[in-house]
Design a protein around this ligand. Structure first.
Ligand code: ADP
Ligand code: MG
Length: 258
């Protein structure tokens, strides 16, 4: 494994919703093991870009590869055809996603939530999946909550279960879409701590859409600033956050509370 193995390659991607273009010629390369934070104003296309990475959205132009595989499309006789949903699902196993709303199954305990996809999709034997789920729940500080239902957990705890669920699948890539935006302020820290631990210890390729500038500064290898469907600038956190080159970035940063 070379240090510069490309894990995510976004090449000339345009995305339209009806007559409304929301992504413009996006190029983005992310190296294996890299942590990238995407920042930018609301409506700039951050969530759409993340959703394109695992083909929750189709793209209109360009191409996305994850670990070399074209996402959502198959090449046949030199042309791209959209994949069957079943094949897109198989690709998504490699690309974990954590949403703003935790999306846990309400009728399953924390443990069952974390074990479910391992059993259902990876066909891991139940005892093994449960043992793994316990280990990962312990890692996110929830060993004592394994048998609780989502409704019995705080938002911060639910989001940590959602992170554990994603990690349990050992994805190549982990995507976070504003994972702390729905949380009460006093619960944000515990979720960010779990994410920092993942960044430091997992070696996974991690992409986080966030408004937490302190987090981006501390953990990101690179910060990408998006506005109006375009990548406006990117670079090391200190470069983008402290010495932005573009006026649009300066305007955004001066408007967010840091
Ligand atoms: P961000 O995550 O940066 O706030 P989004 O990716 O959610 O931005 O949205 C980018 C643009 O795409 C916005 O103008 C939004 O209204 C539009 N959009 C997002 N999802 C849909 C959808 N499912 N249908 C139509 N328009 C959408
Ligand atoms: Mg969004």
């Amino acid at each position: 494994m070379t240090a510069a193995h490309p894990m995510i390659e976004v090449d000339g991607v345009d995305k339209w919703f009806g007559n409304n273009q929301v992504l413009f010629d996006i190029d983005l390369q992310i190296t294996e093991g890299e942590t990238v934070c995407i920042i930018g104003p609301s409506g700039s296309g951050k969530s759409t870009l993340l959703r394109c990475l695992n083909h929750l959205e189709e793209i209109n132009t360009g191409q996305i590869r994850v670990d070399g595989d074209i996402i959502g499309y198959r090449e046949r006789r030199g042309r791209l055809h959209e994949m069957k949903e079943k094949d897109a699902c198989a690709q998504r196993v490699e690309i974990g996603m954590v949403f703003q709303q935790f999306n846990l199954f309400p009728h399953m305990t924390a443990l069952e939530n974390v074990a479910f996809a391992q059993i259902k999709i990876k066909k891991t034997p139940k005892a093994e999946a449960h043992a793994r789920a316990r280990t990962i729940l312990e890692r996110v500080g929830l060993a004592a909550r394994a048998d609780f239902y989502p409704s019995q957990l705080s938002g911060g705890q639910q989001q940590r279960v959602a992170i554990a669920r994603a990690v349990a699948m050992s994805p190549k890539v982990l995507l976070f879409d504003e994972p702390t935006s729905a949380l009460d302020p006093e619960l944000v820290g515990e979720v960010l701590e779990v994410m920092k631990d993942l960044v430091r210890t997992s070696g996974m390729t991690i992409v986080v859409v966030t408004h937490e500038m302190g987090f981006a500064r501390e953990v990101a290898d690179r910060v990408v600033f998006m506005a109006d469907g375009r990548i406006v600038e990117q670079g090391e956190p200190a470069a983008v956050l402290d010495a932005p080159q573009q006026q649009r970035t300066r305007e955004f940063l001066s408007a967010v509370i840091r």
